[in-house]
Design a binder for this molecule. Structure first.
Ligand code: SF4
Ligand code: SF4
Length: 166
């Protein structure tokens, strides 16, 4: 069941996340996808773009995507294909104190590798500082570049966006 917060203002709560969250065992193996798609809408680029069939919407295109985290290798291909900007790749193994989160970013200017940015949660609340470690903006991403941030360990379920620091 969706949280009141999600149904009333469209912001997912931590209680909405468990179904889409990889197991601790899978997280320890390396980067892995997190799909935060909660509404039944006619959409399936996540399924069609994944080369490993790790995401399945199925015959009824209105069904929610189901993820097999064991098949996902965290390649990030699906992240820029999702029109709902609902897909992220998490890597909790970056260092003793930091994790990585890769997210779609459709604003200009793009950040640059090495920039420090302000990391935001789903409601746009500033949570911490984060460092940009990768920006991917090739033809393959269409007009949805991918930005990877280092974030403090333990914040992987919270950080879903960022803003530049002037
Ligand atoms: S990150 Fe790559 S392997 Fe994982 S679901 Fe997305 S496209 Fe498939
Ligand atoms: S592409 Fe994105 S919005 Fe569309 S079904 Fe997949 S996860 Fe949901």
């Amino acid at each position: 069941m969706l949280s009141d917060k999600l149904t009333s203002c469209g912001i997912a709560d931590h209680s909405d996340i468990p179904a889409s969250w990889p197991s601790e065992e899978r997280l320890k193996k390396g980067p892995v996808v997190v799909v935060e798609c909660f509404q039944e809408i006619p959409c399936n680029p996540c399924e069609t773009s994944c080369p490993r069939q790790a995401i399945v919407v199925g015959e009824n295109i209105n069904d929610l995507p189901k993820v097999d985290h064991a098949k996902c290798n965290g390649c990030t291909i699906c992240v820029s294909r999702c029109p709902g900007l609902a897909i992220f790749v998490i890597d909790v193994n970056y260092s003793e104190t930091e994790s990585l989160v890769t997210m779609p970013y459709e604003f200009l200017p793009l950040p640059e590798k090495g920039d420090t940015v302000s990391a935001l949660d789903r409601a746009g609340k500033e949570c911490c500082r984060a460092k940009v470690v990768k920006v991917v903006n090739t033809k393959a991403q269409g007009k949805t570049p991918l930005v990877t941030l280092t974030i403090p360990r333990g914040m992987e379920k919270s950080i879903r966006f960022f803003k530049l620091i002037p």
